[in-house]
Design a protein around this ligand. Structure first.
Ligand SMILES: *[C@@H]1O[C@H](CO)[C@@H](O)[C@H](O)[C@H]1NC(C)=O
Ligand SMILES: *[C@@H]1O[C@H](CO)[C@@H](O)[C@H](O)[C@H]1NC(C)=O
Ligand SMILES: *[C@@H]1O[C@H](CO)[C@@H](O)[C@H](O)[C@H]1NC(C)=O
Ligand SMILES: *[C@@H]1O[C@H](CO)[C@@H](O)[C@H](O)[C@H]1NC(C)=O
Length: 565
């Protein structure tokens, strides 16, 4: 059942709010910049199209001016053009360089910064269906207003008792102030939360690290022949040294991968892959820019009331001119509802089995996709995992329900993967796996790939998605009935280390790239970003069961849409 609230407008009135809630909040800028439209999927021709009037970052060109040692030729001129357009579309506003040695004085201080709810058009009255706008003013640690933009800020509107929540859209005015815009989607109290995830100064550091030190997480492989074995360092790209390289670039997809050549053994004696470790990478004092409780995922307080009540009915009128697109969904009574189009149903175990009867579901990606496999395994009494003796974490996994002819598989994406030792024979790129599927109306392909790319220049991620998209296009051409569902990245618990290797900022940028690249294709997205941001549970790389359950309902609603619902 849809809650009534979307058809029955009521008025919201600003009211002082005493309650103060903690818990991180987040928002999606993700909606901001998807400017690309795939016109013809088959020849991957692009027609850039400005979709919204959102004020967004000026185009930055440093990714062109100063590439890292980590560069590769795109596969085609179209790919190269697309890459350039995408990089421009996600360019983040530059933050003025900090003097050295680094001090926080001139950087954004969430404790000094504030937000204010702007009055509705009729002086503090809103209806369900309206948009609520919040103005955020940032200040530095000396209490002076910031004059430039570039901070990464998220926002959420929520009601803990109703288990309702929605992500806001944040717009950077590039002058130290930001707007957060919320769609008012339920009847009842609503509280605004605004969070500084990273000050812009920290993003400059992350940007530099991904260009200059894409190898700050490194990988290893063992090479073995007879009784001789050697271990060398591997990565998507390796610093040029006198040591020769082994080039494991995948011939079909073009995915790059290299190891330093072992001294005594040949390149084809490589037997496995594992994460090697991390290298120290930031300059003195730069860690100050990533302090939990100081400037890393810290709430910004309201300068006035942060809460509302909604007592009366009326017609929605207030639409923000700041943003033109809305959230992808919201929670109400703990249940995720999509905005626009799809109705999400609840599936109990028997409904899931009924839905998946006769189907094969193939999941590819990182551990956040494996969570879905694990959820189905645990939820369905008839679905039994067949023990392939795979290493924990790595997989592959396979589950079968013989009675209902259900097959569910899960497999990690190809390198880079930061996990336990994996045999080279199990390193498979998603694109190649998809090429191995016949597809059809009883085949569901799910993938999610984002969490292992946080140390690389965005070009690496773009190339990976280009190869996956080519495979998806081929799959949909040979078997148009195949359902393809993509899981986006989600915000997570951040500390210094995670910020430097897998920050939410990088995930957000990956999500923008993902959306832009699959726009217009017959594929479906599950917006794990907003589903995590809008939820009251603390962020975690692996979202907790209530969120996974909602994601599975979302997935099943694509697989088994219900008529009349
Ligand atoms: C490019 O990078 C090099 C080495 O990291 C640095 O010396 C140089 O100043 C950079 N140039 C620009 C334009 O950023
Ligand atoms: C910053 O820009 C926004 C949008 O143009 C404007 O509303 C606001 O007043 C500006 N703030 C300052 C301090 O100039
Ligand atoms: C690695 O191999 C690929 C595919 O054969 C080739 O295109 C690429 O130039 C090689 N890279 C290096 C650095 O040798
Ligand atoms: C599962 O849901 C279906 C409706 O989708 C309902 O008919 C059935 O009774 C439910 N089963 C259980 C065990 O709750």
């Amino acid at each position: 059942m849809q809650p009534e609230i979307r058809t029955e407008p009521v008025i919201m009135k600003a009211k002082a709010c005493i309650r103060k809630e903690y818990g991180a909040i987040f928002l999606s800028l993700a909606v901001c910049v998807f400017i690309f439209v795939l016109r013809h999927m088959s020849d991957l021709e692009f027609q850039p199209k400005v979709k919204s009037t959102i004020i967004m970052p000026r185009v930055s060109s440093h990714h062109i001016v100063n590439r890292s040692f980590c560069t590769f030729q795109p596969l085609s001129p179209q790919d190269a053009l697309e890459e350039r357009l995408i990089l421009d579309s996600i360019a983040w506003p530059e933050t003025p360089l900090l003097p050295s040695p680094i001090s926080l004085e001139q950087t954004t201080d969430p404790a000094h910064s504030t937000f204010t709810i702007l009055p509705g058009r009729k002086g503090g009255q809103w209806h369900v269906g309206d948009q609520l706008e919040v103005m955020i003013q940032t200040f530095d640690f000396q209490g002076r207003p910031k004059k430039s933009g570039g901070d990464f800020i998220t926002a959420r509107l929520h009601n803990r008792k109703l288990e309702a929540g929605v992500a806001g859209q944040v717009v950077d005015h590039l002058n130290g102030s930001y707007s957060a815009v919320f769609s008012l989607l339920w009847e009842g109290d609503a509280q605004v939360e605004v969070t500084l995830v990273h000050p812009g100064e920290a993003l400059s550091v992350l940007n530099r690290l991904n260009r200059e030190q894409p190898d700050r997480i490194y990988f290893k492989s063992v090479f073995r022949s007879g009784s001789v074995s050697e271990t060398t360092i591997c990565n998507v790209c390796l610093r040029p040294t006198k040591q020769p390289l082994c080039n494991y670039t995948d011939l079909r997809t073009g995915e790059p991968w290299f190891c330093y050549k072992p001294k005594k053994l040949s390149c084809d004696t490589r037997i496995n892959h594992v994460m090697g470790g991390t290298k120290p990478n930031i300059k003195a004092n730069e860690e100050k820019l990533f302090q939990s409780g100081v400037n890393l995922k810290v709430s910004i307080r309201a300068s006035g009331p942060a809460c509302f009540v909604l007592p009366q009915k009326g017609q929605p009128k207030v639409k923000s001119s700041t943003v033109t697109s809305g959230p992808s969904g919201y929670y109400y009574k703990g249940v995720w509802q999509a905005v626009g189009g799809l109705t999400i149903h609840k599936f109990n175990a028997s409904a899931i089995t009924h839905c998946l009867k006769g189907k094969a579901v193939h999941m590819y990606g990182d551990s956040t996709v494996r969570q879905w496999f694990e959820f189905l395994n645990a939820a369905l009494p008839g679905l039994k995992e067949f023990d392939l003796h795979s290493p924990k974490q790595a997989g592959p996994y396979i589950s079968l329900d013989f009675a209902n002819n259900i097959l569910v598989t899960s497999r990690f994406h190809g390198p880079p993967i930061r996990i336990v030792v994996v045999s080279t024979s199990e390193l498979r790129y998603i694109a190649n796996e998809i090429d191995g599927l016949i597809g059809g109306p009883n085949t569901v392909v799910v993938f999610g790939i984002w969490a292992h790319f946080g140390t690389f220049p965005m070009e690496i991620y773009i190339r990976r998605l280009q190869s996956i998209r080519r495979a998806v296009v081929r799959l949909l051409d040979r078997a148009p009935g195949t359902l393809v569902v993509i899981r986006t990245g989600n915000p997570k618990d951040l500390n210094l280390f995670v910020s430097l290797t897998n920050s939410d900022w990088h995930s957000l940028q990956c999500n923008k790239v993902l959306r832009a690249m699959f726009k217009g294709l017959n594929v479906h997205l599950i917006d794990a970003w907003e589903m995590t941001l809008a939820h009251h549970r603390p962020h975690n790389l692996h979202p907790p069961p209530p969120i996974i359950k909602n994601m599975i309902n979302h997935l099943l609603s694509y697989i088994c849409p219900q008529k009349g619902g």
